[in-house]
Design a binder for this molecule. Sequence first.
Ligand SMILES: Nc1ncnc2c1ncn2[C@@H]1O[C@H](COP(=O)(O)OP(=O)(O)O)[C@@H](O)[C@H]1O
Ligand SMILES: [Mg+2]
Length: 286
Amino acid sequence: MPPKVLTITNQKGGTGKTTLTALLGHALVARGYNVLLMDLDPQSHLSSFFLKITDLENVRDGIIEMAQGVKFVIRKVDTSTRGRMGIIPSGLNYIVNTYRGMIPSWDPYAINSRIQMEPAINRDYNFILCDTPPELFPPTIWGLYAADYVLVPSNLEELSLAGVKLLVKDILPDVIMKSKKELKILGIIVINVTRKVSGNTLNSVDHAFTKFLHQLPPTVRERFYKKPFFNTIIYRYEELKDLMYRPRRWELPLNRVMERNNELRQNIDTLAREVLERVENFEGLT
Ligand SMILES: Nc1ncnc2c1ncn2[C@@H]1O[C@H](COP(=O)(O)OP(=O)(O)O)[C@@H](O)[C@H]1O
Ligand SMILES: [Mg+2]
C-alpha cells in the first residue's frame, strides 16, 4: 500500500505546525508505523529538531532537490526509533535561493510526482508527514498537491482561527479542484492551549465553524471529516515551549522529551489514534 501523505498546514505562522508534525511523527512510530518527515519550510525548524544546524547550512540533497527532480537523501533520524523515521530536510541556504529566484515554481505537482515515483519512499514508509511554511509559496503548494489528507493546527487565538477560515474558504477549494488526488481534510487540531480552556469556549468555536462550513459549496464540505474539530486537544506543555530555540535540540530527540512526561505522551498518542481512526473512516468510504 502506498504511503498516506498527511500535510500539516495553516498559512498563519506560530500555530503549531512544526511541533505537531514532529510529535505526531513520533507517536506514529511508537505505534509501529514507518514515518517519513518532509520539511517543506525553508526556515528549517523541523529539520533542526533532528539535524545539526551546521549540517543544515548548505543542504544539497534535501527537499528542494527532490522538487527539482535531482538526487535527494532520506536521513534516518533518532537511533531510538530503529530506523523507522526518516527526514528529507530543508536547508538554510534555500532562503537565499528563494531570494535569487532559484526555487523551482513551475511545477506545483513536483513533490507529488516524486513521491509516487520513488521506490525507497513507497517501499519503506506508511506515512509521510509534510510540514509547510506559514505562507503560500511553491513549497506549500507542493505539500498541498501531494496530500491525501490535510491537517490544520490552530490555537484559539483569533488571528489563527481567522487564518483557518481563510484557508478553508479561499485556498482549499482551489486545491481540491486542481489536486490529482482525492484530497480530504482530516480536521482542525486545537493545539497549545491551557487546560483551563473551558468546554464552552471549545463548543462555541466548534459551533461557529460548523455553521461556517455549511455556507460552503457541498463540493468543499464533503471533503471535510464529519466532525471538523478533532476531539483530542494538544495542551500547552512547558517542555514544548520554544522548542525550536533550544540549544543543541537535535541531541535530545523529541521522543525522549515525550517519554519524560507521561501526560504529554498519552495526549499525543490519543491524537495519533484519532488520526488513524479518521483516516480509516475515510478509507472505508472509498
Ligand atoms: N503544545 C504546545 N505547548 C507549548 N508550546 C507550544 C505548543 N505547540 C506549539 N508551541 C510553541 O508555539 C510556537 C509556535 O509553534 P510552531 O510549531 O513553531 O508553529 P508553526 O510551525 O506553525 O510556525 C513555538 O514556540 C512552539 O514551541
Ligand atoms: Mg513551522
